[in-house]
Write a protein that binds this ligand. Structure first.
Ligand code: FES
Length: 123
């Protein structure tokens, strides 16, 4: 079986503020995570994009993985220290044809912090 390298997107919410942790005026953790992801120089086929709210505000930072013809996933409880984990999970996600990474092969944080999964739109 050949592995897919079709482009995918990693959407990062840059608006989350964790209650009791992130103070007003501080760079928001999603922005720090976004910067860490971009700074890790992911392949061009893994596109990192900022978004404003994935409706997972109480369990941010939040990211979503998506791509044409694939299941989409939302993951939460992230921060910039988990940038490598996000990129590892994104690479595994990209390597599949449909976005379905076997549960045991997902990074542990993804296994424990999956907020939602959404089936691909039928052609
Ligand atoms: S503000 Fe980040 S998910 Fe809502």
């Amino acid at each position: 079986m050949t592995q897919s390298t079709k482009p995918i997107e990693v959407l990062v919410c840059i608006k989350c503020r964790r209650e009791g942790i992130d103070s007003e005026g501080e760079t928001r953790p999603g922005t720090k995570l976004l910067n860490a992801l971009e700074g890790a120089n992911p392949p061009a086929s893994i596109q990192i994009k900022a978004v404003e709210c994935l409706s997972n505000c109480s369990r941010g930072c939040s990211v979503a993985l998506r791509g044409p013809g694939r299941w989409s996933y939302v993951y939460g409880n992230l921060d910039e220290k988990l940038a490598e984990t996000v990129l590892e999970g994104a690479a595994k996600y990209q390597s599949t044809a449909d976005g379905l990474v076997p549960w045991r092969e997902r990074p542990e944080h993804f296994r424990k912090n999956c907020i939602a999964r959404i089936p691909p739109m039928e052609a």
